[in-house]
Design a protein around this ligand. Structure first.
Ligand code: AR6
Length: 180
């Protein structure tokens, strides 16, 4: 399903983000930026060595990527021209700034996309896999943050939330419907 807010189409799909045809995809990375499991592993596998080489360069320059922040590389062998790598918080019960950090991820990805003139972006359900963030709470933050951003910034034309599992897909669909 999708919804138009101002100029921007917000869409929820079920699928594999490495197949996205949009300008940019977001990666749920870790602070090392050197790859891992889950969506990170899939993106590096399909995107190839160019992405890892750029991540290593970024790391050599600025060290680990802190939780909540984001960096950009090209898309290597992916259809997407860019990958924005962000580091979500590990869920530790909710009293360790997890919500703020997760919001920072979405905001910093959107800002970095805007600064790079990106018009369309696919975003996974950051932190809801290996990092165990509760899915309903994470979806609230994801959708609210992105909508707040696009209400203030008009350059993004298409935001696609790519849900890999059925549970996240149903949660996102339900939440987006409420923004009628
Ligand atoms: N396309 C879209 N979504 C996916 C895909 C895919 N190909 N594969 C998994 N997901 P996770 P995290 C979903 O674990 O929780 C890595 O090792 C998945 O179902 O990938 O932020 C990193 O290096 C879930 O909803 O990321 C870090 O160490 C969502 O993507 C750590 O995992 C996020 O799950 C980050 O953990």
């Amino acid at each position: 399903m999708d919804k138009k807010i101002n100029q921007t189409i917000i869409e929820v799909i079920k699928g594999n983000i490495t197949k996205s045809q949009l300008d940019c995809i977001v990666n749920a990375a870790n602070t090392s930026l050197l790859g891992g499991g889950g969506v990170d592993g899939a993106i590096h596998r399909v995107g190839g060595k160019a992405i890892l080489d750029e991540c290593i360069k970024i790391r050599n320059k600025q060290g680990n990527c802190p939780v909540g922040e984001a960096v950009i590389t090209t898309g290597g062998n992916l259809k997407a021209k860019y990958v924005i790598h962000t580091v979500g918080p590990v869920w530790k019960g909710g009293k360790n700034n997890e919500a703020e950090k997760l919001k920072d991820c979405y905001m910093n990805c959107m800002k970095l996309a805007q600064n790079n003139h990106i018009r369309s972006i696919s975003i996974p359900n950051i932190s809801t896999g290996i990092y165990s963030y509760p899915k309903v709470e994470a979806a609230n933050i994801a959708i609210q943050s992105v909508i707040d951003f696009i209400r203030r910034n008009k350059s993004m034309l298409h935001v696609q939330f790519v849900c890999f599992d059925e549970e996240n897909y149903e949660i996102y669909e339900e939440k987006l419907k409420r923004y009628a």
